[in-house]
Write a protein that binds this ligand. Structure first.
Ligand SMILES: *Cc1c(COP(=O)(O)O)cnc(C)c1O
Length: 416
C-alpha cells in the first residue's frame, strides 16, 4: 500500500464515519472495496436499531403507534424534511419524503407539464435514464401528444461524451414558445457529469418552460441550491448516495413560489390534505401549502427508518466536509488509475471539480471480463455495456486506501 493514502487517511477527520456503516466482505473475508454508492449506498449500523424500534412500537402499541410511539408514525416523514432540505438547498416546506423516484416524477409532471396549443414539447437529454424517458413519453401520450414530434433530445456533440451548457441553452431558446417543460439530471448517471443548473433554470424561465431536475445521482453527492437556482420541481430516490436502503422512500421538491398554486392540477391523496382537518374526513381536498401537499398516502415508516439513520450521519459529518473529501477522493482515484495503468483507460467524467460528483466513469478495454476480474479482486463497482466502468467513492465510508486497492486491482484486471 502506498504511503500517501495512509497519510491522507490519518489526516481525514471523517475517517471514523466509515465505522458507522456495515461493509460487505470480499471472497477472502476482508472488507471489499465498495465503490457502488451511486447504485446502493451501504447500510448505516443505526438502520437496524431504528427499524427494530418501529417494529417494537408496532408490536407493543398497535395502532396507538401513530400517535404515541417514540417517533409517532403520523408525522414520520416530517423528521426527514429538515435534513433533506439542507442537502437540497431548500426550505423544509419545499421538500417532502414520499413514494419512489419515478412515482414522484409522474406526480410532479401531472402538475408541471401543462401542454397548451403549440407550447407542448418536452426537452430531455439523449442518454436520459430509461425510467425517466419512459415516464416522459408516457406523459406526452397521456396528453394525446406524439413523442416523435414533441420530445426533444439533446445529445453531446459528435466525438464528445458530455453535454455542454451552451448547447442545452441553445436548444431551449430554439424551441422557445413550443417548449412546455425541461427535465434534466443533476448528475448524469452514465458519465457522472454534474450539470451547471443555474443558467439552465434561468433559460427555462426566460423561455416560459417549466424546469424539473432528476437528482437520483446528485442528492447527498453534490451541492444543491434548488431554491436559489429557481428550479420548479425536483425528484430523487434515497438508496444511492443517501444510503436509505433498497426501495427506500424517495423525495420531491416544489419551489416555494408554487406552494399555493391552487389552479395547478394535481393527483391528490389524503396525506396531502391540510393536517388540521385531515381526520375530519371531509369530501373537499384542501392541499397543505408546499411540497407536502403532493403526498398521497401515509408514510411508509419501515422504508423510512433507515433513511433517518443515514441522514443523521450526514448531519453530524456536515455536507461541506463530505463534499471536500469527495473532491479529494475523486482526484486521488483518477491520479492513481493514471499512475497504475497509464493511458489504458479513457475518463468520461469531466475533471473540473464543479463538473462532477463522486462518480468516476471510465471506458476500459477487455469488456466485461475486465469487470469480472475486478470483482474477483475484491472491488465492488458497476458495469454498463459495452465498456463503461463506474467507480463511486463515497466520502462517508470509503478510505483513500480503498482507492489505492481499486487502482491496483483495475490495472491488474486489464487485458495484457
Ligand atoms: C436510480 C435512478 C432512477 C430510479 O428510479 P426508481 O423509481 O427509484 O426505481 C430513476 N432515474 C434516475 C436518473 C436514476 O438514476
Amino acid at each position: 500500500m502506498n504511503g500517501e493514502a495512509a497519510v491522507l487517511d490519518a489526516g481525514d477527520p471523517l475517517a471514523p464515519v466509515a465505522e458507522e456503516f456495515h461493509h460487505p466482505l470480499d471472497a477472502a473475508g476482508r472488507r471489499a472495496v465498495y465503490l457502488c454508492g451511486h447504485s446502493l449506498g451501504l447500510q448505516p449500523k443505526a438502520a437496524a436499531t431504528y427499524l427494530a424500534e418501529e417494529l417494537a412500537d408496532w408490536r407493543d402499541l398497535g395502532v396507538r403507534g401513530h400517535h404515541v410511539g417514540r417517533r409517532p408514525w403520523i408525522g414520520y416523514h416530517e423528521r426527514l424534511a429538515g435534513p433533506l432540505a439542507r442537502l437540497a438547498g431548500a426550505a423544509p416546506t419545499e421538500v417532502v419524503a414520499m413514494n419512489s423516484l419515478t412515482v414522484n416524477l409522474h406526480l410532479l409532471l401531472v402538475s408541471f407539464f401543462r401542454p397548451q396549443g403549440d407550447r407542448r414539447r418536452i426537452l430531455i437529454e439523449r442518454s436520459a435514464f430509461p425510467s425517466d424517458r419512459y415516464a416522459i413519453v408516457s406523459q406526452l401520450e397521456f396528453h394525446g401528444l406524439d413523442a416523435t414530434r414533441d420530445l426533444i433530445e439533446v445529445a453531446p456533440r459528435p466525438g464528445e461524451r458530455c453535454l455542454r451548457t451552451e448547447d442545452l441553452i441553445e436548444a431551449i431558446e430554439r424551441e422557445g414558445p413550443r417548449l412546455a417543460l425541461v427535465l434534466l439530471p443533476g448528475v448524469q448517471y452514465l458519465t457522472g457529469q454534474r450539470l451547471d443548473v443555474a443558467p439552465l433554470a434561468a433559460a427555462c424561465r426566460a423561455n416560459g418552460a417549466a424546469f424539473g431536475l432528476d437528482l437520483a445521482h446528485a442528492i447527498g453527492n453534490t451541492p444543491l441550491s434548488l431554491h436559489d437556482w429557481n428550479v420548479d420541481f425536483a425528484v430523487w430516490c434515497s438508496y444511492k448516495y443517501l444510503n436509505g436502503g433498497p426501495g427506500a422512500i424517495g423525495g420531491g421538491f416544489v419551489h416555494a413560489r408554487h406552494a399555493r398554486d391552487s389552479d395547478r392540477p394535481r393527483f391528490a391523496g389524503w396525506w396531502g390534505h391540510d393536517k388540521a382537518s385531515r381526520f375530519a374526513m371531509g369530501p373537499q381536498f384542501r392541499p397543505i401549502p408546499g411540497a407536502e401537499g403532493w403526498q398521497l398516502s401515509n408514510p411508509p415508516v419501515l422504508a423510512s427508518a433507515p433513511l433517518l439513520a443515514s441522514l443523521e450521519i450526514f448531519e453530524r459529518a456536515g455536507f461541506d466536509r463530505l463534499r471536500a473529501k469527495s473532491l479529494a477522493q475523486s482526484a486521488y482515484l483518477r491520479d492513481s488509475i493514471e499512475r497504475c495503468a497509464p493511458g489504458r483507460v479513457e475518463f468520461l467524467t469531466p475533471a473540473e471539480p464543479q463538473a462532477h460528483g463522486a462518480q468516476l466513469s471510465l471506458r476500459v478495454p477487455g469488456g466485461r471480463a475486465t469487470f469480472d476480474r475486478l470483482g474477483e479482486a475484491g472491488v465492488i463497482a458497476d458495469w454498463r455495456e459495452p465498456d463503461v466502468l463506474r467507480l463511486a467513492p463515497a466520502p462517508a465510508y470509503n478510505s483513500f486506501a480503498d482507492l489505492d486497492r481499486a487502482a491496483i486491482a483495475l490495472a491488474g484486471s486489464l487485458p495484457k
